[in-house]
Design a protein around this ligand. Sequence first.
Ligand code: 26Y
Length: 824
Amino acid sequence: AWRKHSAAEFNTKEEFEKDLVRHIETTLARSMYNCDELAAYSGTALAFRDRLIIEWNKTQQRQTFKDQKRIYYLSLEFLMGRTLDNAMLNVGLKETARDGLSDLGFRIEDVINQEHDAALGNGGLGRLAACFLDSMATLNYPAWGYGLRYRYGIFKQEIVNGYQVEVPDYWLDNNPWEFPRHEITVDIQFYGNVKKYQDESGKIAHSWEDGEIVRAIAYDVPIPGYGTKTTNNLRLWSSKASSGEFDFQKFNAGDYESAVADQQRAETISAVLYPNDNLERGKELRLKQQYFWCAASLFDIIRRFKKTKRAWGEFPDQVAIQLNDTHPALAIVELQRILIDKEGLEWDEAWQIVTKTFGYTNHTVLPEALEKWSVPLMQNLLPRHLQIIYEINLFFLQSVEKRFPNDREILSRVSIIEESHPKMVRMAYLAIIGSHKVNGVAELHSDLLKTTLFKDFVKIYGPDRFTNVTNGITPRRWLHQANPRLSALIAEKLGSYDFLKDLTLLDKIEAFVDDKAFREEWAVIKRENKLRLAEHIKATTGYDVNPNALFDVQVKRIHEYKRQQLNIFGVIHRYLSIKAMSAEEKKKVVPRVSIFGGKAAPGYWMAKTIIHLINKVADVVNKDPEIGDLLKVIFIADYNVSKAEIICPASDLSEHISTAGTEGSGTSNMKFVLNGGLIIGTCDGANIEITREIGEQNIFLFGNLAEDVEDLRHKHFYGDFKLDPQLERVFDAIKDNMFGDKADFTALTSSIEEHGDYYLVSDDFNSYITTHEMVDEAFQNQEEWLAKSITSVARMGFFSMDRVTNEYADSIWNVEPLDVTEET
Ligand code: 26Y
């Protein structure tokens, strides 16, 4: 009966308008007479937020009452993007809001565009975490995300004179989607020292003393599922100085300045997301972030567990913790520390609990992305944790020695401690040893883990600890929200939107691949989406692009292994070829727009050079009267989730061209195909499984295979290297200063010509160019292209994040969804 009191559950346009006006006039204290789009956004967000809060509270009550095992997803990154559109679609009231806003003189699209992206992540790993949250809620799993509430998310990228410039992303001002929980705090300790003592029973015990305390404050974000009542929680921790005696004394002693400095130092911990993607830097502040967040999250999880009054042995039956890469690997050590130092458990019993609780997901085999922390650094910051790591390592190595008594080498290879100067803690090894399951993110990637990086551990633990769960994407955001018209067309053919909850139902649209009206609509939708992107390009770059041209897109973080340099060299090759053509020959050219987007880590010089080259090529090509509409080069600044929602539906072809064996999975490949775009790609990451699902006639694969990469690199290293002649022509143009001062690009060309071409750009160049020629030919037959597009979408069901979530639940977490049909 108490539910009736809530005024918040509008269902009609009129009720929505009432709520909207009430929020604008009271919550925001604005007048409807000068209500701008921003106020309309805030009012709409608050009206929907009210609805979410009610289901959120009920979900938390229901989950507490049912008392089942819960999933805790620990990730330093959650690349959420915008929330309002998603919330409207999830509760099924977007059209109601559209009508209501229109009555008040607003276009819903403009209102939605007022929202700032929540960009607490770098790229794929962070977006995967966001897709997990969406799926776990949609499938009614009792699940919490835990992360950091950065004051600054990933920087905003501006392009000035062709160079990337980083601008801070201050996103928190009037963000309606978070709820500060000032009463939920945890005090976190750093530095200090370890005292040994005898407890009452005479046992040797340890206590971690002194040091410095920083307070963690919880901020909660509701995560609604699609078409379900379940609204889960994402808890983000913010750091603040603890208001202990210490400060109080300083204030009273008149040392105001140093008290404020302490405060600021504490707040620095959650101030900024590290903008490195796949590039480890070993900074102390980053280690502080990791421990702060792991310790606060574990304290919170344990507090919840203790309320159930269960024995510690039942902890793994109540709690599954998933580690998103090694960033939260300290949680393993922290749980062991709490169990033995605070709860008095024996080592072995505690360690059993720990390993049953954790699962570890690896996202990369790149050596420069593997986390290692210097032992002296850790000794200073987390002295007790370092002791425990040594202890874990000792017991582990003893067991290895017993199993392989005649293999001395294996001990140093698998030791958590690397015997370098300084010694380093290998976080991936700690994560493997402390978890019951380790998974890679695509078949090839998981196989490579087992045969290369973690080979010794497969020998030690057997193959069962290692598994694969190929990544996926949420169809709610990446089809329904990003491409509403395509979603509606599919729903019309299938008779419902059920495919958004069971993406395998998409296979039923294959029956319409020859249906003329359906095909025409499909083509119209792609064209509209291209026009929308063309408008964005015009507004942001000033360039006009021809919507009939082939839109060729590569958007992702800029990294040498992802090979944007291969793409831009290909573009230069195309440019030179067109320039050499007669007027007759030019008539046969398929017009192209080459679209790039992506951020470079601020300290990654080579990546910044690639961005610079792309922009310089754009300057020259786009202004060349001999080229006209035949080729345009566009760099879209500040690629992020909301831009991806515009870009993915508008591509004809997207590029996923990493050196074989280097990309964990890739997930944008899935987003593009799901939106009816074709792919040019290498046999890498999930491209391989996409090919298996959609058929090799529907994808443009090229390049050397992963199995050949080692040999090729070896050959290069011993001087057996010949620059591809077509690439040489491209380099000659660059060296002729065609794209500005050649000196700006020497690093890029010489990394290939002189320094071993580690990413095999030259080896793959010919195959890449030839395959693009096949793309051109295929594009000229629009009827066949359309058939490929429809067939591919129909076969993408496997890549739903819901399949991924269920696989983790079955094979790693052992967690069941919670029945929400009956009212509790
Ligand atoms: C250690 C630190 C510098 C670091 C920070 C961020 C290391 C790695 C990362 C991010 C990695 C990442 O985004 N990896 C991507 O994860 C996706 C989701 O599994 C994969 O699809 C993609 O192939 C992989 O590069």
